[in-house]
Design a protein around this ligand. Structure first.
Ligand SMILES: Cc1ncc(COP(=O)(O)O)c(C=O)c1O
Length: 282
């Protein structure tokens, strides 16, 4: 099935898609994005992604873009590509203009979308868990806006890979555990699950919200509460949540093995529940 690109209404094979070099997304990182998965031929939580997109657009004072227009664009390229397990990347930049930090309010936002095969999580990562390193959180103060300014995230991920790990966990200057490079983070401490509250310092993950909902339905005590690196290392379980990550156990952090070094029962259960919710089980 073809991997396709959509650029302001025109759908082409990805290799043929072009954007102007004066696009402010390219020049200044002045663009927001969403990444939506189809786990089994159906876009998961699309309305929640559109809600978050609207929040990002509003936070950066982009002109409003009709929600139906964005939804129709996503659906048209998704249906045309016909990829069952697809990752839809949607990016909206403020527009195209000669390079200048200040911008005109009249700029026309540029919408690009790509549809590709959804990356598979390696089976070994699911069964054995992953290793993460901790890194200082050097990101800006509005990590709740889903912008394409991801250099600290890409550098941290690269640092993790080069250290033989799979991901990096951001720690604030005062020791608070934030999130991973493209996933939110939960720990289990006894009977409680803890995750960072929704503040400007983390992305409000869609998967995080779905997981919290599942926990509430199951009567699992989940608290949106700050915790530090010591609590992370002493946790009974650590797991990540995200559109690509789904629910993934972290079994080693820096040089410390978490609990018995195996994916924990709570994460396994929640992973199963998430897969069912995402329609992965017929
Ligand atoms: C920094 C960060 N945190 C968390 C997430 C998880 O968000 P979601 O569950 O909406 O994919 C992402 C996803 O890209 C992310 O980039």
């Amino acid at each position: 099935m073809p991997e396709l690109a959509y650029v302001n209404g025109t759908i082409t094979p990805i290799e043929e898609a072009r954007v102007p070099i004066d696009d402010r997304g390219y020049q200044f990182g002045d663009a927001v994005y969403e990444y939506i998965a189809s786990y089994t031929g159906r876009l998961f939580a699309i309305e929640e992604h559109l809600d978050r997109l609207e929040n990002s657009l509003r936070a950066l004072a982009y002109p409003p873009i009709p929600r139906e227009e964005v939804r129709d664009a996503i659906m048209s390229i998704f249906q045309k590509a016909g990829i069952e397990q697809a990752g839809i990347y949607l990016q909206i930049s403020r527009g195209v203009a000669p390079r200048n930090h200040a911008y005109s309010r009249q700029l026309q936002p540029q919408i690009i979308i790509t549809v590709r095969q959804l990356p598979e999580i390696p089976q070994a990562h699911v069964t054995q868990g992953i290793h993460a390193i901790t890194v200082p959180d050097i990101r800006w103060g509005r990590c709740d806006i889903k912008t394409v300014q991801l250099l600290p995230n890409t550098l941290a991920k690269q640092q993790a890979i080069e250290a033989g790990a799979q991901d990096a966990i951001f720690i604030s200057p005062d020791g608070i555990v934030r999130e991973a490079t493209s996933a939110n983070l939960f720990i289990r401490s006894g009977d409680h699950l803890l995750t960072h509250p929704l503040t400007p310092n983390i992305l409000p993950g869609i998967t995080r919200a779905v997981l919290i909902g599942i926990c509430q339905e199951l009567g699992i005590d989940v608290r949106e509460q700050f915790f530090d690196r010591d609590a992370l290392l002493a946790a009974d379980e650590v797991f990540l949540t995200g559109t690509v990550t789904e629910v993934l156990s972290v079994c080693r952090v820096d040089d410390r093995v978490i609990a018995d070094g195996q994916p924990g029962a709570r994460a396994k259960k929640l992973r199963g529940m998430f897969e069912a919710r995402a329609g992965k089980h017929p």
